[in-house]
Ligand binder design. Structure first.
Ligand SMILES: [Zn+2]
Length: 153
């Protein structure tokens, strides 16, 4: 047997109090962690599937997939005592392209924003104590911008 690889990243036994819900698209992974650090959350729990927060909206995504994703979010929030949630949608998301491309890119963005607001409302209703932050993520050349989206209502 070969020797195990030991990561330089130290293990911390305390769970992070922040959960980031975003798309699996690896082009944004490090930037999301960077945003979280910038916001004062050095470590995060993550919940990722293609489309990210899209799956919190059972009316606009596959119902069973949405149910599983929402259950996973609830599990993390409850058992890890999450206090802050980041919901992030990104430009050029393949999930939305596959699902809504016939409607054009503007409609896809509109749907992404709807899904962010829907997910935020659902989680806020279930967990009034949560601080929920919404972002729309856009690459600009070699940089990645996180536009904060104001909560509805
Ligand atoms: Zn995506």
């Amino acid at each position: 047997m070969s020797a195990p690889y030991v990561s330089r990243v130290p293990f911390e036994s305390v769970h992070p109090k922040t959960l980031a819900v975003y798309c699996s698209d690896g082009r944004f992974t490090e930037a999301v962690e960077d945003l979280a650090r910038h916001l004062g959350h050095p470590r995060i729990d993550t919940l990722t599937l293609p489309g990210g927060p899209a799956l919190l909206n059972r009316w606009a995504s596959d119902y069973l997939e949405s149910e599983g994703f929402t259950k996973a979010a609830r599990f993390l929030i409850e058992s890890h005592h999450i206090e802050d949630v980041l919901l992030l949608a990104h430009a050029g998301c393949g999930y939305y392209h596959a699902k809504h491309s016939a409607l054009g890119p503007d409609i896809a963005v509109e749907q992404q924003l709807k899904d962010l607001h829907f997910g935020a409302k659902e989680l806020q209703t279930a967990y009034p104590h949560l601080r929920i932050h919404l972002y729309y993520v856009r690459p600009h050349g070699k940089t990645i911008e996180f536009e904060p989206i104001l909560r509805e209502g």
